[in-house]
Write a protein that binds this ligand. Sequence first.
Ligand code: SAM
Length: 236
Amino acid sequence: MNELKLSKRLETVADYIPEGAFFADIGSDHAYLPCYSILQGRASGAIAGEITDGPYESARSQVKKCELSESIFVRKGDGLSVLRNDDQVDCITIAGMGGTLISKILEEGSGKLTNVTRLILQPNIHAISIRLWLVDNGWKLIAEEIIEEDHKIYEVLVAEKGDPKEPYQAHSYEASLLLGPFLAAKRSDIFMKKWTGELNHLKSIIKQLEQAGHTIESSEKYQELIKQVKLIEEVL
Ligand SMILES: C[S@@+](CC[C@H](N)C(=O)[O-])C[C@H]1O[C@@H](n2cnc3c(N)ncnc32)[C@H](O)[C@@H]1O
């Protein structure tokens, strides 16, 4: 087998893997991303890390099916613990999980990031947790993508080591953390669709809280929602 069809979401992640990289895909499930990137001639090799038995076995059989056992090493374990110091991984991809889990994996495995030059992260929700982690840990966002597939909207965040605050210039820092500095600058149709929907959703919750008698003084949640609405409106 030398061809593999990837979802648009994972293809977007693959597009940012540096040419010739030896990368680690954490939470790899079927190892589609490592198989695809190597079959395409983009990556030189990969480690596919999986914590769960079923997806780990699926990754192993997919690698075998693609005849890539020489260049993809499937390992079972939690997050970056599957990486050894002599692995010489230069890029890490983590896709298809919540932003909070992705940040936790990076935080718990931060000791394994010394020689890594690029992170490609695809949160399904809560991208803000990742942006916060990147800022706190000296990683600079270099690109962001937003795509829609099967009626779901996904973000892809790409970071390299550098001044983490540099991309956060155009809008307020808080608004850029929430919506994404590159995405907010570009304001693509998908971006507008996502945040218009989110804005309407937040406003309807606020209305319900108001009808139930929650006011600025009585509810922390109410205040947080009002704040988020202001941040979104600042960019839209
Ligand atoms: C929804 S799947 C996404 C698979 C693939 N990355 C993708 O984007 O299509 C998430 C995978 O991450 C794995 N996972 C969750 N937490 C993990 C962790 N701490 N370390 C390694 N794998 C993890 C799950 O077992 C699951 O197979």
